[in-house]
Design a protein. Structure first.
Length: 397
């Protein structure tokens, strides 16, 4: 290998490690915040907790500002990561996309089918079919990071790539199935703004501020159009220019607007925005909730979709592809570790909560959704970490 190739490989590995470390740290913070929300929601301060996020600031409540506006920044980062990985990263070639892409598809299809199975007799509940299809990349990598060297880096890369493809699927699902009545005038205005963003891109404008100013206008118009406003973040991300060859891992933000913006958003999103969303939405009061709630079709469908659906969908897809030589198992990974990784894909906290809030307005039903997500995610996380720990070997890099 030439010295230039070695340097390029080193840069890619260092950048990827930095990315994984950032996501893992954010996941650990999110775990703590979610736990705190549940504690507060079941403490003497529960009434203050629930009333606080329903206080109106201007036209929206605090919770709406968090879910519709603040989370648009989260979706902007998701869009940036998807674009970078598809054009200049681990998913830049079809051969690299095959295994995580197919596994993500299987990991979305089977949980949806399991949820539908449990709720076939409850037509209104079927709207929540997409809730257990999402994988939370920060949570899953956070759990993986706690296992250290017992998990090979190849599995972390596989999980990160799968979760990014899963995010892409979730964005498409939200756009297609959770869109309200459309305002075509506002939608046309959003189209004009997107056109201007594309023109900026084609003109080679590298300053970020024109894109961000138009991004605010885009969010306003998308919000008014009936499409969920957070999708404006993804639309904006796809127009941010990307230079295919990044800079050094120490300063990738010097190379292109996309790298610069992604670098600037990682920590605020991981350590501020997502934790605020988690704290505002994870709190569920267990007062008056009996064991029978766990057996409710909605709760059970979500929990089993995350726990069993992700396991069957991800592991089954990987097994078929490897069996018929369409793909190889990640390097240095055993089948036992792959089972553990497939289980970790059942941690569906952030995106699952988000889809659940879009699917149902009824607070009582939202509580059942939260319990299902928490139960499925905790069981999947614990089972996955135990298996990865048992099958892991010291010194595996």
């Amino acid at each position: 290998m030439s010295s230039s190739s070695a340097r390029l490989t080193g840069r890619i590995q260092s950048t990827l490690r930095h990315f994984l470390d950032s996501e893992a740290s954010g996941g650990i913070v999110l775990m703590g915040v979610a736990t705190l929300a549940i504690i507060v929601a079941n403490s003497p301060a529960d009434d203050l907790y629930f009333r606080f996020f329903h206080v109106h600031v201007g036209p929206l409540s605090l919770q709406d500002w968090i879910n519709d506006a603040l989370m648009s920044v989260f979706f902007l980062l998701v869009g940036l990561e998807i674009k970078r990985e598809m054009l200049d990263g681990q998913l830049s070639t079809w051969s690299r996309r095959t295994l995580p892409g197919a596994a993500a598809a299987g990991g979305m299809l089977v949980p949806a089918l399991i949820y539908i199975f449990f709720n076939l007799e409850h037509e209104a509940a079927l709207r929540g079919w997409a809730i257990p299809t999402a994988t939370d990349i920060a949570f899953a990598l956070g759990v993986m990071s706690l296992l250290g060297r017992r998990v090979p880096t190849s599995l972390k890369i596989f999980l990160a790539a799968l979760a990014i493809m899963d995010d892409l699927g979730a964005v498409i699902v939200i756009a297609l199935f959770y869109t309200a009545k459309l305002d075509f005038l506002a939608l046309a205005g959003a189209g004009i703004v997107i056109g201007n963003l594309v023109i900026l891109n084609r003109m080679g404008v590298k300053e970020l501020w024109p894109y961000l100013i138009l991004g605010i206008a885009l969010w306003t118009l998308v919000f008014a159009s009936g499409i969920h406003a957070t999708l404006a973040g993804v639309m904006l991300a796809l127009t941010i220019p990307l230079k295919r060859t990044p800079g050094t891992p120490e300063a990738p933000h010097h190379e292109s607007p996309l790298h610069r913006l992604e670098h600037g958003l990682h920590k605020p999103v991981a350590f501020v925005i997502v934790p605020i969303f988690g704290f505002a939405n994870a709190g569920v009061s267990f007062a008056g909730i009996s064991r029978s709630v766990l057996m409710e079709p909605v709760t059970l469908g979500i929990a089993m979709g995350l726990l069993l659906g992700k396991l069957i969908g991800v592991l089954g897809t990987v097994a078929v592809l490897v069996k018929f030589n369409f793909a190889d198992l990640p390097a240095q990974a055993s089948w036992g570790q792959m089972v553990g990784t497939a289980l970790l894909c059942g941690i569906g906290f952030t995106m699952s909560l988000f889809i659940g809030l879009l699917a149902f307005d009824d607070p009582a039903l939202q509580d059942k959704i939260k319990i299902g997500i928490l139960a499925g995610s905790v069981l999947a996380g614990v089972a996955g970490s135990i298996l990865l720990s048992l099958f892991g070997r010291r010194g595996h890099l």
